[in-house]
Ligand binder design. Structure first.
Ligand code: FES
Ligand SMILES: [Fe+2]
Length: 392
């Protein structure tokens, strides 16, 4: 089914490629500039979007074996993700004694987590297994002092976590069927190569760029932009959007059965996952993807992005390793020095009051759709939230 959907999109891209057309919105769309810097609006986005919706926090490849873990901070919350015999679990990275951070940020493997403050010890399933000097401490029902669990789901080789412990929003429902398309990559078997961090502007300024092909031949003309056009086609599942492009070269596969269209062609383009992920394919040193994991900073004007690199196969020779490293360095440069440098300078202009809105053209439908979803989620109560993501 998901394969058929991939081919259907490729056929639409082919048709647009033949006609010289692209997917278009009905009209030009205005976004008030205050939405990019107003502190109250930003606080609302944090509580209603980032602290309420599932976020893609890790990849299967980063914690593949039982006992592996990943600890990270995201939008002010410290998170610990573990792999147990029963599957992936997520917790606040917070000791139940007096709240110390239990595990340093990063990936590793452990069958026990001992708090650096007073050595209380927890299992990867979150149980409190030992209290240091327990007799001196006093009577305590250990079963009531496990780690605080967070909702989490592993699907398509990717791991989502909701940062609100009491969230009842079903993560699979939130994915709106999009995960079955992402599953076509087969990320569960891919190799984690590396990750790196770049600093950016307001999270929506940064994310607008991921949904935008209009700028490619212009802003990226020195690096890669002249090889590709400026037109995009957008395909959405709930708030999540895949971007293809008008592409007459799909013609060569036109008469083949669905299974024979090459994976790397039908999965090309950009796969965004609302509200903060973009996945794009590359080939230096072997087939790879860069998963850009964007997090708002502490102020409306800042964000950072973890660029997570997965490779279909671990590079086997020194030469392939070098080529892969070069590919990833190149992408760090493009995002930091072209996209985010532009975004940071743009951000400064927005807050001075010279203009009250910015524009998204009919050809920038992805950006329009994204901002409409942001607004919709901000306006929706906790109770009504699940209804936004009904599939079908
Ligand atoms: S805060 Fe963790 S053991 Fe005291
Ligand atoms: Fe760009």
């Amino acid at each position: 089914m998901s394969r058929a959907q991939l081919i259907a999109m490729a056929r639409k891209d082919l048709e647009h490629g033949r006609q010289g057309t692209q997917d278009q919105a009905e009209g030009i769309y205005k976004v008030p500039v205050s939405k990019y810097y107003d502190p109250d609006h930003f606080a609302q986005e944090m509580s209603q979007i980032f602290h309420r919706l599932p976020l893609l926090m890790a990849t299967t490849a980063e914690l593949r074996e039982v006992g592996d873990y990943k600890a990270m901070e995201a939008v002010g919350r410290q998170v610990l993700i573990t792999r147990t015999k029963e599957g992936v679990k997520a917790f606040l990275n917070m000791c139940s004694h007096r709240g110390a951070r239990l595990v340093h940020e990063g990936c590793g493997s452990a069958h026990r987590f001992t708090c650096p403050y007073h050595a209380w010890t927890f299992s990867p399933s979150g149980d409190l297994v030992a209290v240091y000097s327990a007799d001196d401490f006093g009577d305590l029902d250990k079963s009531e002092y496990g780690l605080t669990a967070l909702p989490c789901l592993e699907k398509a080789g990717l791991i989502w976590v909701t940062l609100a412990p009491d969230s009842t929003l079903d993560i699979e429902q939130f994915l709106s069927g999009y995960d079955s398309l992402l599953a076509e990559f087969g990320f569960a078997d891919w190799h984690f190569e590396k990750s790196q961090r770049v600093e950016g502007p307001n999270w929506k300024v940064a994310y607008d760029g991921y949904l935008d092909y209009y700028h490619l031949p212009i802003l990226h003309r020195e690096t890669f932009g002249t090889e590709i056009g400026n037109k995009a086609n957008y395909y959405s599942w709930g708030p999540h959007t895949h971007m293809g492009r008008p592409d007459a070269s799909f013609e060569e596969f036109e008469n083949l059965p669905d299974e024979e269209w090459p994976d790397e062609r039908v999965l090309a383009g950009v796969w965004t996952i609302f509200p903060h992920i973009s996945i794009a394919s590359f080939f230096g040193g072997g087939r790879s993807v860069m998963i850009s994991q964007l997090f708002p900073g502490e102020t409306p004007e800042t964000s950072h992005t973890n660029q997570i690199f997965l490779m279909q196969r671990e590079p086997e020779t020194e030469e392939l390793k070098r080529e892969a490293a070069k590919q990833f360095q190149f992408l760090e440069y493009v995002v930091q020095e072209e996209d985010y440098a532009t975004g940071i300078a743009l951000q400064k202009n927005l807050s001075i009051g010279a203009r009250d809105h910015v524009l998204f053209g009919k050809n920038e439908r992805g950006g329009q759709y994204f901002h409409q979803w942001v607004d919709r989620i901000l306006e929706t109560s906790d109770e009504d939230l699940p209804k936004l993501f009904q599939t079908g």
